[in-house]
Design a protein around this ligand. Sequence first.
Ligand code: PMP
Length: 448
Amino acid sequence: EQIMKIRRQNCNPVTMKITYYKKPLFIHQGYMQWLWDVDGRRYLDLFAGVATVSVGHCHPKLTAAAVKQLKRLWHTTNIYVHPTLHEYCEKLASHLPDPLKVIYLTNSGSEANDLAMLMARLHTGNFDIISFRGSYHGGTQQTMGLTSNSPYKYPISTSSGCTHIMCPDVFRGVWGGSHCRDSPVQTIRECSCAQGHCMANEKYIGQLKEAFSTSLPSRIAAFFGEPIQGMGGAVQYPKNFFKDTYKLVRERGGICIADEVQTGFGRTGTHFWGFQGYDVIPDVVTMAKGIGNGFPIGAVVTTPEIAASFAKAYHFNTFGGSPIACAVASSVLDIIKEDGLQQNSLNVGTYLLKELAKLRDKYEIIGDVRGKGLQIGVEMVKDKASREPLSPEAMSEIFEDIKDMGVLIGKGGVYGQTFRIQPPMCITNEDVDFFLAVFNKAIHNYME
Ligand code: PMP
């Protein structure tokens, strides 16, 4: 009660609004994929503080690396040379394909995207930036405009020069009921390709080209795209869609920016970066969240050419690339490798997707199961025929029930209709079995 009183009186009132559960959860401790509340109840954490705790809560090796650095040096700013920063930049660069080799360290994903927007405008001399409907790119004034799936409701314009282009809704059809209500809704589930997404690809691309020629500015500074939408609800694009968007943007003088804040660091399982699943090489990659397992750090990685344009301007960041952040992030890279976490994402994620698909076939209210590795979305509907999103009240009832049975998951989607599973990448098949039993029971309880 006392803590809630302080929260009401002294904390940012917006955080009150986004408190996840009806009765707030007081989290006290964490270890790997587990969290404990103040009463000692244990929860399986399948949301990882919004897809952030990549290697596990308080991973012993990471804690040791952080403590070692805490005893040696906390802060200098980058006006001095400290080896931790340079060692880390070299290590991170080795995880990216050529020519993505120049690194700017920030403190968050929003800051990274904000910086990338500026970089694109300076490099191309163009102003307009495009992103997909349903996307989330951050909460600074600039990135709020870039964000489409926006929780930011301000009576003033927060950013200019950003346009949200259609994102195909592969569940509801072409441009999808949820994204563009007045366009034709087609069925895409009949698709016979392995991905289940490509049948309408030609149509998507055709409409994308049309949008480019009719409504978008003739010169573009950049396109931002999450390889799999996070807050949008694990939205994946049809085959070639990302690649064709890159091509259209580059034809207009723009650069292509992959927002890997949620998809990076092995989470998708098949690749270290989400963009690698689409056979493209972006001009800029932005990252945060999993990079530091919860320690504040973000990064922008770009090419020497774009970095040269940007060098004409000035950029300074007091905390970006702090010794502690770099030591932690460096250890995160080591742990991903040593603990085989990318492979584990693929193995456990594939198992979870397969088992969830069985539940989708069993229950009328599970409309779609999608994602890759350990970035998974379960889209809930009123019924399979209408594909109408399940109501927020019903979502909430199931969500609370899952928590009461000891599992924490996330929510997303344009209507909050998608459950999100983006756990620490160290979870096991046994954890998945536990979650599936809980999820099954929660849906059963709701349907009764
Ligand atoms: N990009 C994506 C894809 C995100 O999911 C988020 C955060 N949810 C951001 C950028 C912004 O990151 P941050 O909250 O660290 O500023």
